[in-house]
Every structure is written in structure tokens, then in C-alpha cells.
Design a protein around this ligand. Structure first.
Ligand SMILES: Nc1ncnc2c1ncn2[C@@H]1O[C@H](COP(=O)(O)OP(=O)(O)OP(=O)(O)O)[C@@H](O)[C@H]1O
Ligand SMILES: [Mg+2]
Length: 312
């Protein structure tokens, strides 16, 4: 299986998932005879930017906050929403694959689509870009730990799906000196990569390398971040902390060199082999550090190599 095949599992899902699987079903609607003033109240109360206009289940149009603002600006009398709504509504059928929605979002630049049933054309839901990504991630059972990362990830992921690149980002925080959680992040990364369908030997390499990096964060720093980016041809990992920094990188990279205190050695660490191990597991690695500022370790694991290069 090629690297593209492995990653394209994500893209496959965009074809498998139906619009109806991921859309929001509880849609707030207004009737064609409802007044603009009432619609304004709904916008404020429900904090939404528009609603479908529905008459006995049938979609008559959509009315948005833009229509409302225009109506306000015109200072016209209160009127039924059907006079201000957009009648030519772009819709999706619930049984269409999500990829159709992705393409239409891209082509038309709309934020959301109304979803209707193919048989009776009745409104069944509403769908946004976020709903599709949420559905995809649920299918992949990818776990997230931080709201902000989640948001950023979803946006970048969406962009990459559109660009046919399908990259994924994951970010984890590691707390310094917390031996109770030692290895937890590496094991989460491992689970995630497995679920993405990455080859076992690659998963193993990333797991070992991130484990060593995580342990160094726990032992030598106040903590830091591990960021993983899965691209079609490679996995990039960036590990960053904000100190104390490494005074002599050459030395730190030498096998057997360790500054681990005795009590850490008693726990079984401090053989001075961690960075060496990382080097062996990755296709490329870079270590940068400024004393008093922090350390940044970058690794690149190629998905194309059968075996990661032992040198470099
Ligand atoms: N993020 C970091 N911040 C500060 N110092 C670090 C960091 N990572 C590594 N070091 C320094 O580099 C040395 C070598 O690290 P390496 O991971 O290779 O071995 P170790 O952690 O000492 O032992 P082992 O990983 O075999 O348990 C460490 O002893 C430490 O002095
Ligand atoms: Mg180490």
C-alpha cells in the first residue's frame, strides 16, 4: 500500500459519509407569513445568522441576517419574511455523499446548505463545513484535548481536503516532572496514527521517537508541547519547551551522555540513549536549543521509505 493509499482513508470517508449522517437535524425555521420583526427576535435570541423559510415542511426560501439588515436600513414597514427571503435556495439532498457538499461549499462560497429529502423535497436539516469535519473526525475516532487545537485542526483539515492533500494536525501538552503520566502522549499519538491507517512499522517509529521526546520534556523541563502533522508523504513532529535549554547540543546527542540525576536513573531513565533513539527512528531530525529560552526538536518520518535512514 502506498503512502497516498494510507492517507486517502480520510478522503474515502468523504465519499462514504452522507450529508444526512452529519447534518444538524434540529433546524430553527420561520414560516413565510412570519413578520420580519419576529425573525429579528429569533436571530437575537437563538444567535443564528439565518433560517430556512418553511411552509408545512416544504422549503420556500431562506432568510438571513443580511436580509434583515437590509430591511432595517430601508426603514420599511413590518412585512412577512416571504417578501424579503431568497427564493432560489441552493440545497443538498440528504442521501448525497459529503464530498458533494465539500465541492459545493468550495464552488459557491456559502457557509451552509439546506438539506432536503429527495422524495418529498421536505426540509430535513442544515449542514455547515464544520458538521462535515466533525462527522469525519468522529468516524476516524480521533481524540482532541483542546478546544483551540480542535478548531484550528478542523479548518486546516478542511482546506487540505479541498486541496486534496488531507493533512491532519494534533497537538498535545506535556507537564514537566509528572511521571504519573509518562508515556501517555506517545501512546495517544500511537492510537491516533493507527486509526488513520498508517503502517505499523511507521507507527512504531513515531511512537518510540515521541516517547523519548515526551520523557525528556518530563524529566528535564517544566513541560512543553508536542505537535504532530500527518501529511500524505510524511509525519512531522515538533516538540517544544521553554527551558532550561541544552548548553551543549553536540554532547547531548552523544550516545551515553546524560545529566539525569540519580533518582531519575533509579526510575530506569538516564542511559543517555533517548536522542540517539529518536535519530534512529526518524528520517530526519533537528535539535535546536537556547539556554534559558528553550529547546525545539523536529522530526520527520517519511511514509515512503521502507526503512528510515540511520544516518542524518
Ligand atoms: N528538552 C530538553 N531540555 C533540556 N535538556 C535536554 C532536553 N532533552 C535532552 N536534554 C539533555 O540531553 C541529554 C541527553 O538526552 P537523551 O534523551 O539522549 O538521554 P537521557 O534523557 O539522559 O537518557 P535516556 O533518554 O536514555 O533515558 C539529557 O541528559 C539532558 O541533559
Ligand atoms: Mg531521554
Amino acid at each position: 500500500m502506498t503512502a497516498e493509499n494510507k492517507i486517502s482513508k480520510v478522503q474515502e470517508l468523504v465519499y462514504e459519509i452522507r450529508v444526512g449522517d452529519v447534518m444538524k437535524k434540529n433546524v430553527i425555521t420561520v414560516g413565510p407569513q412570519d413578520r420580519m420583526s419576529e425573525f429579528g427576535k429569533i436571530l437575537r435570541e437563538k444567535r443564528i445568522s439565518g433560517t430556512p423559510v418553511v411552509d408545512q415542511g416544504r422549503l420556500m426560501g431562506v432568510i438571513s441576517i443580511d436580509d434583515f439588515i437590509r430591511w432595517l436600513a430601508e426603514r420599511q414597514e413590518d412585512c412577512p419574511v416571504e417578501r424579503k427571503m431568497t427564493k432560489n435556495v441552493r440545497t443538498l439532498y440528504a442521501d448525497e455523499p459529503a464530498v458533494q457538499a465539500v465541492n459545493k461549499f468550495d464552488q459557491l462560497g456559502f457557509g451552509r446548505f439546506v438539506v432536503i429529502d429527495r422524495r418529498d423535497e421536505k426540509l430535513v436539516g442544515i449542514i455547515t463545513k464544520g458538521d462535515i469535519i466533525e462527522g469525519l473526525l468522529k468516524k476516524l475516532e480521533v481524540d482532541y484535548y483542546d478546544e483551540q487545537t480542535n478548531h484550528r485542526t478542523i479548518q486546516s483539515f478542511f482546506d487540505d481536503v479541498l486541496a486534496d492533500k488531507a493533512a491532519l494536525f494534533f497537538q498535545y501538552s506535556v507537564t514537566g516532572h509528572d511521571f504519573n503520566k509518562a508515556g501517555e502522549t506517545a501512546s495517544r499519538i500511537k492510537t491516533t496514527l493507527k486509526r488513520l491507517g498508517i503502517a505499523p512499522q511507521i507507527v512504531r517509529r513515531v511512537a518510540i521517537a515521541t516517547y523519548e521526546a515526551e520523557m525528556n520534556l518530563i524529566i528535564y523541563t517544566e513541560g512543553g508541547e508536542i505537535r504532530v502533522r500527518v501529511e500524505p508523504h510524511k509525519i512531522l513532529v515538533r516538540v517544544e519547551d521553554s527551558g532550561p535549554g541544552i548548553p551543549d547540543i553536540e554532547k547531548a546527542l552523544q550516545p551515553g551522555y546524560s545529566t539525569a540525576p540519580e533518582w531519575v536513573r533509579e526510575l530506569g531513565f538516564g542511559a543517555g540513549m533517548g536522542l540517539q533513539n529518536i535519530r534512529k527512528c526518524t528520517s530526519k531530525m533537528g535539535l535546536m536549543s537556547v539556554v534559558g529560552k528553550g529547546t525545539q526538536l523536529r522530526m520527520n518520518i517519511s511514509l515512503d521509505d521502507g526503512v528510515a535512514s540511520e544516518t542524518n
